[in-house]
Design a protein around this ligand. Structure first.
Ligand code: 9WN
Length: 424
């Protein structure tokens, strides 16, 4: 089974490869996405280390002068209406001065340094010969500096995201509260392209989209400036901050490899780790919660994002998170499939996108985090469940967390990529 699965996963990555980068899924997502590319590189390194390097290089080739790595890099050859909002909506050239590639102006969770380090480790000789890390290191540093400098909007020095798309977990119930303050654009004022390829009941609603488009248009119309005004949606997200902290640990390894000083990265890891625990951890609940920058309030919700800080080395509250992961709300020790939302909560929905379904990338992050903190038995359960689900359901975008049935797009790149890594 394993040999066949490896073969099938490789075929998905080869089919979705566009020459310089990989699309998340052929019809639904026909461009390059930022955090997808990082997970894809982690899997692609087992198929072709050179392609894995190019995947990250092409993404960072679209980095903005201010250091931000855009969440979508648009493929020129793809018809304009294939994805909404497309390049003509974002108008990135007006800010960057660069017409090609056109990009969005939002970001996604900073998992890239982790992917770069793993990609390097797959073939250090090739990487050194190509100057892979030497070229990428300053770009990764600029990316992290953008986040910690320009996006430190609230108190405590944590990074803020300014759009649900930036969380990577677009319609998580955690965002319902802050989003309710945003007046949605009428559904008729834009045309969704996703519903041509996906089941409406498994996607965000039209009202969600009305709010997403309103927020994105406002950010664009302010020139993608991060201040002085704080956007209507601004939250300190545990997943984003945890991945940044873990990415700083990876950056320390990368710095040592390229002859730079790792010390600032260790210091940054420590700073972010302390701030996360101080501002986002809820001891009573055993989870980290996002914080609303406008109100300073904790957005108490049962999002799996609150378990992702397990990826942070030296996290002092790791034991509490492991207990929550195996407790009633997530039951990861039994099922191995981490639901994206608390399964005991009234808002839990087994089919709707980030409101309950299990996702391969989150499972992969938790697998790493659980191993990092010595919960190897639970980590093994997660690994086995994801591999079994991929074998049974194929490389679907997400899974019903109770049955393992596949949902969303088929031949989804990061599902294939992390399966390859789990099989290694
Ligand atoms: C908006 C590509 C992306 C993922 C996100 C996922 C989804 C986009 C969409 O697809 O978001 O960025 O159109 O729904 O939520 O995590 O990166 O796979």
């Amino acid at each position: 089974m394993t040999a066949g699965l490896r073969e099938r996963a490789s075929r998905v990555l080869l089919a979705n490869w566009q020459g310089q980068s990989t699309v998340p899924a052929a019809d639904l997502y026909p461009h390059q996405w930022s955090w997808d590319s990082a997970f894809i590189a982690v899997g692609l390194r087992h198929v072709s280390p050179r392609r894995a390097q190019r995947e990250l290089e092409s993404l960072f080739g679209a980095q903005w002068p201010d250091g931000r790595v855009p969440h979508i890099v648009f493929d020129r050859a793809t018809p304009a209406g294939a994805y909404f909002p497309g390049a003509d909506f974002w108008r990135s050239a007006a800010v960057t001065g660069v017409r090609h590639p056109a990009t969005s102006g939002l970001v996604q969770p900073p998992v890239h340094a982790i992917a770069a380090w793993e990609t390097f480790r797959a073939d250090p000789e090739l990487a050194r010969r190509r100057g892979f890390l030497a070229r990428l290191y300053p770009r990764l540093v600029a990316w992290h500096r953008y986040l910690t400098g320009r996006r430190a909007l609230g108190t405590g020095g944590l990074v803020s995201i300014v759009h649900p798309w930036e969380s990577g977990m677009d319609n998580s119930p955690a965002w319902d509260g802050p989003l309710s303050r945003v007046e949605p654009l009428p559904a008729g004022s834009f045309r969704r392209a996703d519903l041509a390829h996906a089941v409406a009941g498994e996607r965000p609603t039209d009202t969600d989209y009305g709010r997403y488009v309103r927020l994105a248009a406002d950010y664009r119309d302010h020139g993608y400036a991060d201040g002085p005004a704080i956007p209507a949606f601004a939250v300190q997200d545990p997943l984003t901050n945890a991945l940044l902290a873990a990415a700083e640990a990876a950056l320390a390894d990368i710095a040592a490899e390229v002859g730079a000083d790792p010390a600032p990265h260790h210091a940054e890891l420590k700073r972010l780790r302390e701030a996360m625990v101080e501002w986002l951890f809820d001891e009573g609940d055993g989870l980290l919660h996002a914080r609303d920058v406008h109100t300073g309030q904790s957005l108490r919700a049962g999002s799996v994002a609150g378990l992702v800080p397990l990826v942070v080395p030296g996290l002092p509250v790791a034991d509490a998170l492991v207990r929550t992961a195996v407790g009633d709300r997530f039951r990861i020790g039994e099922t191995g499939l981490p639901p994206s939302y608390d399964r005991t909560d009234a808002l839990f929905d087994t089919s709707r996108y980030w409101r309950g379904p299990a996702w391969f990338n989150i499972g992969w992050l938790l697998w790493r985090g659980l191993r990092l903190h010595g919960a190897t038995g639970v980590a093994d359960t997660v690994r086995a469940a994801l591999v079994r689900a991929a074998a049974r359901a194929g490389f679907r975008e997400y899974l019903d967390p109770l049955t393992g049935h596949g949902r969303g797009a088929r031949d989804f790149s990061w599902s294939a990529a992390v399966t390859l890594d789990l099989l290694d």
